[in-house]
Write a protein that binds this ligand. Structure first.
Ligand SMILES: *Cc1c(COP(=O)(O)O)cnc(C)c1O
Length: 497
């Protein structure tokens, strides 16, 4: 199977080239030329397998230039070595009131990013072995929190790779900061930036495309790659868990073969929900994909009006991993919906004016698959409180946005299709807001006291990787200015070049 660029029909690369490059040279994103199809009997066969078996079968449909042995090694290394605390890897928990929760946070950093970032480094080393032998891969990440930690954990001590993460000094939660600054591993570095997430992101982008930096790396047999969700190697492992969730719903007797389900996905960069869309296009019976946003409701507005407009106020919310105004992966949906021919024009309008409107036909196509809704912080907290009180289930702030949007959707539409809600983080990762939701006030408590208090009040256990942070040594304390020259210096120092 070949991959083509959303912005240039003539570009054709293999899976391993798409994964090593990360992004196409002219700025487009790689998409599969044709999606593989699953019949109902394929799906029934998958439902008899465990998660590792399902992942192997599905990845082999997409990564056609990998051998079966290579895929098996990547999948087992990621999901079969105990780094996930549940052998089911991504279990579906069935609650009352039609809620089925797909728990995607059993990995080492307790957020759904682990599902992809535990396997991406393995896919990348195999890919680089095929396309760029002898080159050391340097991963640069700008993060607002969860991606940085998950990438560090995924790439730590992976041969022939280095990873350097920049985060905004005042833009991540205390827990997220501690997670990154105590990171272990020989090939990792972390640096704060005096600025916000956009500054970090802009600096990294500039360095990525700086010719002289690229040349200097090449002289030292190194090359940059990207671990953020524009990399195809992050999307394909996410398709697996939607297919797996459908299989689990079958096995639990919640649906019969061929019955449709809804997926609700708390969304920021549109990566996670795009994976659900690909699962649907491959043949998983889906009624609606429900896109849930926080107060930064740019996607809700797009999916209800057909106009994408980022010219608006940016809100900092209690679901920070969804505080995004430019959802990069939407470009891939537009490519499928509009048959590729108008994506360039819309992306140009987006970068020049901050907005674009899709044509009626494209919008109708998108509407046939997607519904959308949003909620604010108070509603998010109310959803956490309600779910805990009524069903003794504790969810995090991002998942709660999904729960609230689903309740609203069901009330408005009367749609009673069995529904799976993607749960994207463990509640202890966002203890402050979750504690406020179940108890009211948290005044005067530091981060670990809040964790303890949350455990006490709810009777739930804080996952070990978060609880253990308390005893870890802080390894990284450096902070640089937000200009790309300071960042370059940090990078060269780390790489010793
Ligand atoms: C990254 C993240 C999201 C948003 O996922 P996208 O793929 O960017 O839409 C939601 N919840 C949590 C906890 C995250 O870390």
């Amino acid at each position: 199977m070949n991959y083509i660029s959303t912005r240039a029909d003539s570009v054709r690369v293999t899976a391993s080239q798409a994964i090593t490059k990360g992004i196409s040279a002219e700025g487009g994103l790689f998409v599969p030329e044709l999606l593989p199809e699953l019949t109902l009997s394929d799906i029934e066969a998958l439902s008899k397998m465990d998660y590792i078996g399902r992942a192997k079968s599905i990845l082999s449909l997409f990564l056609t230039d990998f051998t079966d042995e290579e895929i098996e090694k990547c999948v087992k290394g990621a999901y079969g070595t105990g780094s996930f605390s549940d052998p089911a890897v991504a279990p579906v928990v069935c609650l009352e009131d039609g809620l089925n929760i797909l728990e995607l946070w059993k990995g080492p950093t307790c957020a759904f990013k682990d599902m992809a970032l535990q396997i991406l480094p393995r896919l990348m080393t195999v890919s680089a072995g095929k396309t760029a032998k002898g080159t050391e891969i340097v991963i640069l990440v700008a993060t607002s929190g969860d991606t940085g930690k998950a990438a560090l954990e995924g790439f730590r001590d992976v041969e022939n790779t280095r990873i350097l993460v920049f985060y905004p000094n005042d833009g991540v939660s205390p827990m997220q900061k501690l997670q990154m600054c105590t990171q272990e591993g020989k090939n990792v570095s972390v640096c704060a930036i005096e600025g916000n997430f956009d500054d970090a992101q802009n600096g990294v982008k500039k360095i990525f495309t700086d010719k002289s930096v690229g040349e200097k790396l090449a002289e030292n047999s190194m090359a940059f790659s990207s671990a953020n969700s524009i990399n195809w190697g992050r999307l394909v492992p996410q398709v697996v868990y939607y297919i797996s969730a459908y299989c689990d719903m079958l096995n639990k007797g919640k649906i019969k073969s061929g019955d449709k389900v809804n997926f609700v996905v708390p969304t920021g960069n549109f990566g996670n929900i795009l994976a659900a869309f690909y699962a649907k296009e491959m043949g998983i019976p889906v009624n609606k994909l429900i896109c849930a946003s926080n107060k930064n409701s740019v996607l809700t507005d797009f999916l209800t009006t057909g106009t994408y407009d980022r010219n608006r106020e940016f809100y900092t919310t209690i679901s920070p991993s969804m505080d995004i105004l430019i959802s990069s992966n939407l470009e891939r949906l537009l490519y499928t919906a509009a048959d590729g021919n108008r994506v360039n024009e819309w992306m140009k309008q987006l970068s020049e004016t901050g907005k674009y409107t899709v044509d009626d036909e494209t919008f109708a196509y998108i509407k046939s698959s997607f519904a959308a809704g949003c909620c604010d912080d108070d509603e998010t907290k109310a959803a956490i409180g309600k779910l805990f009180k009524e069903q003794n289930y504790l969810c995090d702030t991002h998942t709660a946005v999904g729960v609230k949007v689903y309740y609203d959707y069901r009330e408005k539409t009367g749609d009673n299709t069995p529904t799976v809600i993607a749960s994207t983080a463990n509640p202890f990762k966002f203890s402050k807001a979750v504690l406020e939701a179940v108890e009211g006030s948290v005044q005067g408590l530091d981060e670990f006291s809040m964790v303890e208090r949350l455990a006490e009040v709810t009777g739930k256990e804080c996952p070990a990787p978060l609880a253990n942070l308390r005893n870890k040594t802080v390894r990284f304390t450096n902070c640089c200015e937000k200009n790309s020259d300071s960042m370059k210096k940090v990078i060269f120092d780390m790489l010793n070049i």
